[in-house]
Design a protein around this ligand. Structure first.
Ligand SMILES: *Cc1c(COP(=O)(O)O)cnc(C)c1O
Length: 399
């Protein structure tokens, strides 16, 4: 049987079975539902996209996968060249992997070894944010800060290699002053912290972080697994503040399959580029650079550019602000909107009990968690459909 994610199997509600999906719609055979979650924020072009489908079909007729150990191929070469030219600054060196968690692990390993290769072995500490989420593997759980996901780590006691701070410039300055000689990196989800509760913070924090990282020689890592490809209203937050290492996942393949990439800048890459074989990055996921994933990612980026997705995302934000204008309720703590993300945070999570069924009856698939009712819709959504999603959220409180 299937062991479902984040569920108490004994009490979980029966999942809806999807038999078909097209555009923004999931089809259960009985009901068509707008996917307001974009399958965990990844399906930016919607389902059954003809061009994305064709990209995979064309590649599968050549080959689906060959390993990158000692071999290479056109889709991975083209995707890395595309990312090199498309991403800001000198974020030019692409290390592929099969999931966001692994790509964050790779970023942390890179940061650690970068300093080992330079002989600065005392730099072992990761600086991360309170309420951070970076994945469910062990190092990413340590860098994360969410009891609800990572409480199993308690078995090990406090982790001495990670410090967590709030998104507050004073706290940032203080921790740099105190720990700068031990820090190897600052890891953040820039501007929007997703799984930790759709928390939004100011770009000023990141600008100051960049200055401090430069001043003390600490690597800045952006985990844009969720925020990348326009979700915050910026193409990448890295376009605003340039990190040393950028991690992309989720929407990289348009949500077609699991793939991710850790992109390093020239300085980081050069820290490994050496005659010493021990200075090599010893990592290599079996399915890294998978040819189907690279082909569909290339097509996804092409569509993103050609169809000016950034203006679609700005339109989604404008409609969201218009529809949520004036919404307030004593049970609601805050409404937060940024780019293609809207979150209604309630004071008590019990308020959201029953919402999923309520939305289902109104033709919307939603998956609130803890105290957060949110939508991250596919960018291809029409205005009417978006309004349907947002009105559903408001109507829940108007009952
Ligand atoms: C989803 C997510 C991850 C983990 O990605 P997986 O592909 O699920 O391993 C890491 N970081 C952030 C910010 C995420 O939202």
């Amino acid at each position: 049987m299937i062991w479902y994610p984040y569920e108490q199997m004994k009490t979980m509600k029966k999942p809806w079975k999807i038999v078909d999906a097209e555009g923004v719609y999931l089809d259960t055979g009985e009901k068509r539902l707008i996917d307001s979650v974009s399958s965990w924020w990844s399906v930016i072009h919607g389902y059954k996209h003809p061009e994305l489908n064709q990209a995979i079909i064309s590649q599968v007729e050549k080959f689906s996968h060959v390993m990158l150990g000692g071999l290479t191929h056109e889709p991975v070469e083209r995707l890395s060249e595309k990312l090199k030219s498309w991403l800001p600054g000198d974020l030019d060196y692409c290390f592929f992997s099969d999931s966001g968690s692994v790509a964050v692990e790779v970023a942390l390993k890179m940061a650690l070894q970068y300093y080992m290769n330079r002989g600065e072995v005392q730099r072992t500490m990761i600086l991360a944010l309170e309420h951070a989420y970076h994945g469910d593997t062990f190092k990413t759980m340590e860098a994360g800060d969410d009891e609800d996901y990572h409480f199993v780590l308690k078995a090990y006691g406090a982790c001495p290699y990670v410090k967590h701070i709030p998104t507050d410039t004073a706290a940032l300055e203080e921790v740099f002053l105190q720990y700068h000689s031990q820090l190897n990196c600052l890891l953040v989800e820039p501007l929007l912290q997703g799984a930790g509760g759709m928390r939004m913070y100011d770009i000023g924090f990141l600008k100051r972080a960049r200055e401090l990282c430069d001043q003390y020689g600490v690597l800045l890592i952006f985990d844009e697994v969720a925020t990348g490809f326009g979700r915050t209203g910026h193409r990448f937050v890295a376009d605003q503040v340039l990190p040393d290492i950028l991690v992309l996942g989720k929407a990289l393949t348009g949500g077609y399959m699991g793939h991710a990439v850790t992109v390093a800048n020239r300085t980081v890459f050069d820290g490994f580029y050496d005659d010493n074989p021990e200075h090599a990055l010893m990592h290599g996921p079996t399915f890294m650079g998978n040819a189907l994933a690279c082909s569909v990612a290339l097509k996804s980026i092409e569509i993103f550019e050609k169809q000016d997705y950034m203006s679609r995302i700005h339109r989604i934000e404008a409609v969201t602000r218009r529809e949520m204008e004036g919404f307030c309720d004593p049970r609601v703590k805050e409404v937060r909107i940024m780019g293609g993300c809207v979150c209604v945070e309630v004071k008590d999570g019990a308020v959201l009990k029953g919402y999923q069924q309520f939305a289902y009856e109104r033709g919307v698939f939603s998956r609130p968690f803890l105290k957060y009712l949110y939508a991250m819709v596919p960018y291809v959504i029409g205005e009417e459909e978006l309004v349907q999603v947002l009105r559903c959220m408001r109507e829940w409180f108007a009952r």
